[in-house]
Ligand binder design. Sequence first.
Ligand SMILES: [Zn+2]
Length: 228
Amino acid sequence: MGQVLVASMWDDGLTANIKLVEELDRIGVITSFAISPGLHKNHRTLNDYRDPKYGELVSIQELNVFGHHEIINHSATHIDFTNADSDMTINEIRIGKSMLEDLFQKEIVGFCYPYGCHNQHCHEALKQTNHLFARTTKGWPLSIPRHHCLNKYQLHPTCKWNHPNLLKLIDAAHMICGHVLFWGHTYELVSECDWKQIIDLYLSVKNHPYARLTSVKDIARKQYKLYA
Ligand SMILES: [Zn+2]
């Protein structure tokens, strides 16, 4: 049995991501950030105007702090795709990708559905815009750490960052040549205890005998046998 690939993805370009980047750079590991570039202004703004507990979005200038980690297209303006028509669907996906490619000067091949919602046009739009994979928010059944969708535009994460047995899921994934993909939002890291938990988790994975922290693209390549 080989290595277990482990990746993490943090949704939305939040100010607390800056602290996460500082911590991850200090211990030398990478993560992925799903960003909706059209939402970022010349100054910081509330992520959700209804409640500051959902954090603040970084300014457009601050986005470059994330550039050495994996960047994922989260649609241009974080729309709910549930009722979007075909034109709106492809525009949101295409514009999000091209804005991110301009901002970060690298090819963006991953997508993450805002709110985990998609419609019947999404897969074709993702294909037309050369996305290699798209992540949902649908977690696996907790006791079965096996990837359960063969569609690369339905890449289901394993669990959230605070799953109590996340390290055990690596062992379970090892038995079936699987992987672990965990995700979250940094506004969920509220206390010092939460920050310690996440940094300890990254350190445990980094020092794990058969796990390797990597990009979500690496997981998708292995899972779907993609060679791009
Ligand atoms: Zn989001």
